[in-house]
Design a protein around this ligand. Structure first.
Ligand SMILES: [Zn+2]
Length: 496
């Protein structure tokens, strides 16, 4: 997510805008379909050990005890959504998971303690094909299988639900998360950090990653995008179903959909050829016809970052511009940007920031929310690396001085343990980035980038803690770095 400074920039952009661009042309929905079938391989075995603080309704993250659930490890989500009239959806989510202990009950995060209207209502639950009892209260859907599930058993929970999805205030920052509808009519999901369970039942915590299939049925003429690759497009009488597959592990908060009758999938063949990944963007017709110039530099950005961080971790990348959330968010393989950013002078930096999250946050995902600087500090540091790639070391040093000045001027705190109610505090971004600047200065360029590449390689597609990064840094540098990390991550005082 890109938060700091963006608010200021967006405010000035908004002031300069005369309102949403009116678009009269209808988007052309992509007509080519791939023949690759959805993955049918069995789910991977459980990799998540049971945590010491797990309970039925908590995975044990002390920052947000209600998030996640104990006792199982999700391998895969198959989410099927049908968009109906009046903003209503019909949902059918299949959760394939492995128990980490014997279970006579299990809980999925789903819904809100403060629903808008009736929210999403559960219509049926099955476990391994058999009807199961359930109790849906607030954010928890507690399911009682017909028989207890043995430890280490693979099981399948199917949940049918319906209603009008909505966004609710996050517990981690004062914005809405969940299901959005922009003034243009585009519907999309902002899941970070606790919005995923507002549109599908989930073990909604980043420590439980899984593969995803997201299938969206919409009226004919409407386009629907999600994470990963478009593997099927099924036209029926009056409807089209878009089937998307993300076959690399993904945290629930990074799952997304973008639905609009004004949007189209724009494949960037040149960038795909240059990067070796599938580069595609999801754009309204006006931006598809006249895309912002920095969007044409995706291959260059992938090249710079993969040269420094190690190989790009996924099979696809692209962005979608949507209106109404005032920020940018690094959904896996499909980052979302507010349309007001399309004209912003910092668009290239925000593009680099969200792209860098594909390594830091999406491939290497925090095991606990307290360590969010492992996402935001690194993605903000990537902005500095892009400035350096563009303008050389002097530009890099100038930018560091400017950001240091901002940290001091705004009194931004240490990034290591932000308040649970202000997870995305400015210090997490800017002092987090300066922590990496300080480490680079301390160990030198060669060792520093060896550290980053060793870290992305060792923990690819997995979960990380701050201690994991410190361990890799000390191993590669072959020295104790605890004083540096302690001062930069946890001291109120900004180190020199
Ligand atoms: Zn970010």
């Amino acid at each position: 997510m890109r938060r700091l400074a963006l608010v200021v920039v967006l405010a000035s952009v908004a002031a300069a805008c005369s309102g949403p661009t009116s678009v009269s042309t209808t988007a052309t929905v992509i007509s080519t379909t791939t023949t690759e079938p959805p993955t049918t391989a069995p789910p991977p075995p459980s990799t998540r050990p049971p945590g010491p603080n797990e309970t039925l309704t908590s995975i044990g993250d002390p920052y947000y005890p209600g998030l996640g659930n104990g006792g199982y490890d999700v391998a895969r989500y198959d989410i099927e959504l049908t968009l109906l009239d009046g903003g209503e959806i019909a949902g059918f989510t299949t959760v394939t998971a492995v128990t980490v202990a014997e279970l006579d009950r299990l809980s999925l995060d789903f819904g809100s303690t403060e629903p808008v209207g009736d929210g999403l209502v559960v219509d049926a639950v099955r476990v391994d094909g058999a009807p199961a009892r359930w109790d849906h209260d607030g954010e928890e859907l507690i399911v009682t299988p017909p028989a207890a599930l043995a430890a280490g058993a693979t099981f399948v929970v199917e949940v049918e639900y319906s209603g009008v999805p909505f966004a609710a205030t996050s517990r981690a920052l004062p914005i809405g998360v969940g299901w959005y509808e922009g003034a243009s009519g585009v519907r999309y999901v902002i899941g970070e950090p606790d919005g995923a369970h507002l549109w599908f039942p989930a073990n909604d915590h980043p420590s439980d990653k899984a593969t995803f299939s997201i299938s969206v049925t919409v009226p004919a003429g409407t386009f629907a995008a999600a994470n990963g690759s478009l593997v099927d497009q099924i036209d029926d009488i009056g409807t089209t179903t878009f089937v998307w597959e993300e076959d690399d592990p993904m945290a629930t908060y990074l799952a997304t959909v973008v639905v609009s009758d004004r949007y189209t999938l724009v494949r960037d063949e040149a960038a795909s050829a240059e990067t070796g990944i599938e580069v595609r963007n999801v754009l309204a017709s006006d931006l598809a016809d006249d895309p912002p110039a920095p969007l044409g530099r995706t291959a260059e950005m992938v090249g710079v970052l993969s040269g420094l961080f190690g190989p790009y971790p996924f099979d696809e990348y692209g962005v979608a511009f949507v209106d109404g959330f005032g920020s940018a968010l690094e959904n896996q393989t499909l980052s979302l940007f507010d349309t007001e950013l399309a004209d912003a002078p910092i668009l290239d930096l925000v593009l680099v920031h969200e792209l860098a999250h594909q390594w830091f946050g999406n491939s290497l995902t925090p095991r606990r929310w307290e360590d969010i600087w492992l996402n935001e500090g690194f993605a903000t540091f990537a902005e500095l690396l892009w400035i350096e790639a563009e303008g050389g070391e002097e530009a890099y040093r100038d930018e560091i001085r400017e950001r240091t000045r901002q940290v001091r001027a705004f009194g931004l705190g240490p990034p290591g343990s932000p308040a649970p109610s202000d997870l995305f505090a400015g210090g997490v971004y800017q002092r987090g980035a300066l922590t990496l600047v300080a480490l680079r200065d301390e160990v030198g360029d060669a060792t520093f980038f060896d550290i980053l590449r060793a870290y992305t390689d060792r923990y690819a597609y997995g979960n990380v803690t701050t201690a994991d990064f410190v361990t890799v840094a000390e191993e590669v540098a072959n020295r104790d770095l605890s004083a540096l990390f302690d001062a930069w991550l946890y001291d109120d005082q900004l180190p020199d």
